[in-house]
Design a protein around this ligand. Structure first.
Ligand code: MG
Length: 192
């Protein structure tokens, strides 16, 4: 499964959910499929998708929002793996990460990450999260649906092929504008 195929599934599954997206190719490819107000693209903020998702999950604890969905990459998660014990220890009910794991740094010439030999799903499980795995679009949908209804920190570990979609336009929007757009979308969703 290519990243773009996985993102197509996620677009279908997250129309009314807050989605925090890691930087570079993942943000660009998601925006090329659907650029929605519920997407918070973390442009140039590698390693922070998990942290922002955790903070938002804590903030929506008493709201009707089922899950805040963070879309993370293996290289980015490895830049800030502290989010795993933080999530397991604090255990926000609304925390969910989708890890698109291609075992390479997709935006820097495909150099291998540690995920080449280390199972990030197993590390996440050891940190107290509920983990499911998917290698194809159908399993991705099934396991997403299961995890989105599972309280506490959850991770969907999605194995994808290395490589980026060709000719994807750069995402040049102002991060302040993107954040305002996301906040405006989110605010009414917080009301009971
Ligand atoms: Mg990667």
């Amino acid at each position: 499964m290519r990243r773009l195929e996985a993102l197509h599934q996620l677009v279908d599954l997250t129309e009314n959910r807050p989605v925090v997206v890691t930087c570079a190719a993942t943000s660009r490819e998601l925006a090329s499929i659907a650029d929605r107000d519920n997407h918070l693209y973390l442009l140039d903020s590698m390693g922070l998708a998990g942290s922002v998702t955790t903070g938002l999950a804590m903030a929506v604890e008493d709201s009707p929002i089922e899950k805040v969905i963070g879309v993370e990459g293996d290289g980015s998660l490895l830049m800030n793996p502290n989010v795993l014990p933080t999530g397991g220890y604090t255990s926000p009910r609304a925390l969910m990460l989708v890890l698109l794991d291609n075992r390479v740094y997709g935006s820097t010439a495909g150099l291998p990450t540690y995920a080449d030999r280390i199972d990030l799903g197993a590390i996440t499980e050891a940190a107290g999260w509920t983990v499911c795995r998917a290698d194809d679009p159908e399993t991705l949908r099934e396991e997403f649906t299961r995890l989105v209804r599972t309280p506490g920190p959850t991770l969907l570990h999605v194995r994808i092929e290395p490589g980026n979609a060709p000719n994807t336009p750069k995402l040049l929007a102002d991060p302040v504008t993107l954040t305002n757009r996301f906040q405006t979308w989110l605010a009414p969703k917080l009301l009971p």
